[in-house]
Ligand binder design. Structure first.
Ligand SMILES: [Zn+2]
Ligand SMILES: [Zn+2]
Length: 284
């Protein structure tokens, strides 16, 4: 049995490979299955699933939802989602529209600050995928307003900076609800970004989410320390939660990170997929 990678992005969100490309790449690397988990969108799934069928490779339809959380960030993975479910489609459509509204607002704020920038210029550098703040940073850099991405975020784009526009997000409860409604299995992604104060605080948050239908925890992740992994595994065992893992690979090699293996340390067994499959509410 081969290994799996259950956290990947494509050009449908902020990845560099198309869904077909990432499927072929995973197959060539000798993996047995992958989940495509783009941010707040299922746009890449149809292509990925079709390519999987074509080349004989298992692709799990997934998603990664950004939920409301402060001060860190909370991402929820949904596995085996029914991509045709009306509620899922409606909720994601709402997020996409909010995102589309947000970007012109950022451009407007920048103009009010005296920056010569149009939303069209930002669209152009985005190359057709989801538009985000890094694309604004790119234009600011090209036009000489800043010397680097960090300065662009510090001076203009980060939360609290003068061109920041609040993101529209669903609560964790709502996100878990529509993942479940679409027969998906909801899993808390990379818990270290929640910035919890220790084990018991994380446990409390987890238990609150489990009551709302959360089923698992992403234990294996490139940015987790050995201590993190041990803690999350323990949490999963204590509360009967599923364990998943993935590299969050975005299609470009960054600091030696690659699909399936992370920075060389990851070997995620296929049983993770079987456990997720078995946890669905209905088996279609
Ligand atoms: Zn994430
Ligand atoms: Zn991700």
């Amino acid at each position: 049995m081969g290994y799996v990678d259950l956290h990947l992005h494509t050009t449908a969100s902020d990845g560099a490979l198309t869904p077909s490309e990432i499927v072929r790449y995973a197959k060539n690397k000798g993996l047995q299955a992958i989940a495509i988990t783009d941010h707040d969108t299922i746009e890449g799934l149809e292509e990925g699933l079709l390519e999987g069928e074509k080349v004989g490779f298992e692709v799990i339809p997934g998603i990664e939802i950004s939920a409301e959380h402060s001060p860190g960030s909370m991402h929820l993975l949904g596995f085996f989602i029914d991509t045709h479910h009306p509620l899922l489609k409606e909720r994601l459509g709402y997020l996409q529209r909010a995102r589309a509204d947000r970007n012109p607002k950022i451009a407007e704020k920048l103009r009010q600050l005296g920056v010569d920038i149009t939303f069209e210029e930002v669209l152009k550098v985005s190359g057709g995928g989801q538009v985000g703040r890094p694309h604004f940073a790119q234009v600011l850099l090209e036009k000489g307003y800043v010397r680097g991405f960090q300065e662009a975020f510090e001076r203009f784009l980060k939360k609290g900076a003068p061109a920041y526009v609040e993101k529209v997000r669903f609560s964790a409860e709502e996100s878990i609800r529509f993942i479940n409604e679409a027969n998906g299995v909801a899993v808390l992604a990379h818990p270290n970004t929640l910035h919890m104060n220790g084990y018991s605080e994380l446990e409390n948050v987890m238990l609150r989410l489990v009551k709302k239908g959360l089923r698992g925890i992403e234990v294996y992740y490139p940015e987790h320390s050995a201590l993190d992994v041990a803690q999350y595994k323990n949490l999963a065992e204590r509360h009967g939660l599923l364990v998943t893992g993935g590299t969050d690979y975005h299609g470009i090699e960054m600091n030696g990170l690659d699909i399936g293996v992370g920075r060389g340390e990851m070997r995620l067994p296929y049983s993770m997929v079987e456990n997720l499959r078995g946890a669905r509410r209905f088996s279609p």
